[in-house]
Write a protein that binds this ligand. Structure first.
Ligand code: MLT
Length: 274
């Protein structure tokens, strides 16, 4: 009998982290990290596709979904500490890591700082650069707008950039579920995370040190971390595989789950045949 535990919580340092854990402890594990300002539920299709073969873990980053904020100032380094703390608490020495966008920023920093803890990497719709000055200004302006405005308005603005044009018609239910995720994130968390994103360090200069198998996926219409950013990482990460998913924007795993999962399974079977 395989587990499909979907509503778990665990203390990581002083933080109560909400997570799901499917499969068995003897399987090869994969940890999925969501983007901003989303939560672990974005990985539902991937959990379904993999849980018969792998131990699949998804979790809510601090301040997102059902994980509380804690008391520390948000930063990518803090999110990496939370990830490593979660692995330690779950007694996972080494894992395959998959991160989407902000999840990818965390994954790239985690593999830079803790290379021995990971045996493969999947980067989805993400980037290795730090924010350029104009993005930092834009994030700071967004923080001020969030403070005085409604989260609903912020959510509606964000959706325009998150999805491919066609997804609003073909994936209306998914678009609505992402809107729900955004409006259920607190203003405090939105603002703290935006600041953390604007202060993050680049990881591009360390990509040539990654020596685990890597798959890079990106939506052809990703406006936030476009295919060019994925192509750049592909050139720098030795032996990496790049796959561009048509008719998908920034949330390619949600917009084209079949193609995303096919690529994921193909890659995973090459990493460790099951
Ligand atoms: C995300 O999806 O995590 C965000 O769009 C990342 C960002 O704003 O840089």
């Amino acid at each position: 009998m395989r587990n499909a535990a979907i509503n778990l919580s665990i203390i990581v340092n002083t933080l109560t982290v909400s997570y799901t854990d499917s499969g068995t402890v003897n399987d090869t594990s994969i940890i999925f990290i969501h983007g901003f300002p989303l939560n672990k539920s974005i990985w539902k299709n991937q959990v379904e596709a993999l849980k018969e073969t792998y131990r699949v873990i998804t979790y809510d980053i601090r301040g997102h979904g059902n994980t509380n904020n804690g008391i520390e100032e948000f930063s990518i380094d803090l999110f990496v500490n939370d990830l490593i703390g979660l692995m330690d608490a779950l007694k996972i020495d080494k894992t395959i890591l998959c991160g989407l966008s902000m999840g990818g920023y965390i994954a790239l920093k985690a593999i830079e700082d803790h290379p021995k803890r990971f045996n493969a990497l999947i980067l989805s719709d993400t980037n290795c650069t730090a924010d350029p000055p104009e993005t930092i200004i834009h994030r700071k302006r967004t923080i001020e707008i969030i403070k005085i405005g409604t989260i609903g308005k912020y959510a509606d603005e964000s959706l325009k950039k998150l999805f491919a044009t066609g997804s609003f018609a073909t994936n209306a239910v998914v678009v609505e579920s992402v809107r729900e995720m955004i409006v259920n994130t607190t203003k405090q968390s939105l603002c703290s995370t935006l600041l953390a994103l604007s202060e993050r360090a680049e990881t591009c200069s360390k990509l040539n040190e990654i020596n685990v198998p890597a798959l890079i996926l990106v939506g052809s219409e990703d406006q936030i971390t476009p295919p060019e950013a994925a192509g750049f990482m592909h050139k720098k990460i030795k032996g990496s595989i790049l796959h561009i998913i048509d008719n998908a924007g920034h949330l390619s795993n949600l917009e084209q789950p079949i193609e995303f999962n096919d690529q994921l399974k193909k890659f995973l079977s090459s990493v460790k045949p099951k």
